[in-house]
Ligand binder design. Structure first.
Ligand code: SIN
Length: 331
């Protein structure tokens, strides 16, 4: 019996994978989000052997400009694909904020079927563009039966990375992503997927956040701490501007300069929810008993940009600090 090919949808959002530079030698100074999804797949005719492909251009942006509207639109598009019987979804995306979109979807989608984000570090016009092979690998992963139920994944440079663990760790190299604190989920060799790790944090159907039902997202911002920190003034301005939550990229295991902390203590009393993450790449935040009593919430091992996403989603459900702390333990 002839086995029918998997049905895969490619949702394109832009990024360097769809970028074009002035010369084939340039891998910097290009414009991201130029080439359309049809051209992207024409560059990889071998995709035809893997799956029946349908495509949609959801956006065509540099992912540093990612926003809530596109995130919510992606949820609608992905849900509509699965309702139509699609077997897996591949999202082409800029690498700058890829870890944020991946984690947002990881917490808000309700499917076991594979959702895979893919990008490139070199524009599509570059001599050794990495996009085409990354795209081939991403489609292979989306058709792989073993990819079911693993949460949202990212494929870059032959690595399979989970949305929970992935962090961008290089600004230019094609090997730009790592799974800090966890390890990669697996590896892809010419389209063959090998899994060798699992992430125990909960995702997709295991979370209480249903993206389909979310209409708007609360404002949550991020501030750094640093020597001679003068950002207390910014914290107050963000709160006055409607921020319901703030994530602090603390120093070390979650410390904040006393200048900023003085202001934050006042804002906690006024109802601002403050999650303490760290500027350090690996390890986790350990709050003092005093900071816990003051109302600070530990991001544990989540970096500031991902802690922001979990706090946003938490605030769509609750203002209760104990429940928010539980979410940080679980997801
Ligand atoms: C972007 O994130 O859209 C530009 C950078 C990249 O994709 O590598």
């Amino acid at each position: 019996m002839i086995k029918s090919k998997a049905k895969i949808a490619i949702l394109a959002t832009g990024g360097t994978i769809a970028g074009v530079a002035g010369s084939q030698i340039s891998s910097v100074g290009y414009t991201a989000g130029v080439v359309g999804v049809k051209e992207l797949i024409e560059a990889v005719p071998e995709i035809e052997n893997l799956a029946q492909i349908q495509t949609k251009q959801v956006a065509n942006i540099d992912s540093s400009n990612m926003n809530d509207e596109i995130w919510l639109k992606l949820i609608q598009e992905i849900n509509s694909c699965f309702k139509q019987g699609i077997d897996g979804v591949v999202i082409t995306h800029g690498t700058d904020t890829m870890e944020e979109t991946a984690y947002f979807l990881n917490l808000t989608l309700k499917h076991h079927k594979p959702v895979v984000l893919v990008g490139a570090m070199r524009p599509s016009s570059a001599r050794s563009a990495d996009g085409p092979k990354n795209l081939y690998n991403a489609i292979s992963l989306a058709t792989d039966k073993n990819a079911q139920g693993k949460g949202v994944m990212v494929v870059m440079n032959d690595k399979i990375l989970s949305a929970r663990a992935i962090v961008k760790t290089h600004t230019l190299n094609v090997d730009a992503f790592s799974s800090l604190n966890f390890g990669d989920l697996g590896y892809i060799v010419d389209g063959k997927c090998f899994f060798y790790n699992e992430i125990l944090k909960l995702h997709t159907k295991q979370t209480p956040f249903d993206g389909e039902k979310i209409k708007t997202l609360p404002k949550v911002d991020i501030l750094y701490t640093y020597s001679n920190d003068g950002s207390g003034i910014a914290a107050k301005a963000l709160f006055d501007n409607g921020a319901q939550g703030l994530v602090i990229a603390g120093s070390g295991a979650g410390n904040i300069h006393e200048n900023q902390k003085k202001v934050l203590k006042e804002l906690l009393k006024q109802g601002l929810k403050i999650v303490l993450s760290t500027r350090v790449a690996q390890g986790q935040v350990m709050l003092s008993e005093e900071d816990i009593k003051l109302g600070f919430i530990s991001a544990l091992d989540l970096n500031p940009q991902k802690a922001r996403i979990l706090l946003i989603l938490a605030l769509t459900q609750t203002k209760d600090i104990h429940t928010i702390r539980e979410f940080f333990q679980k997801y």
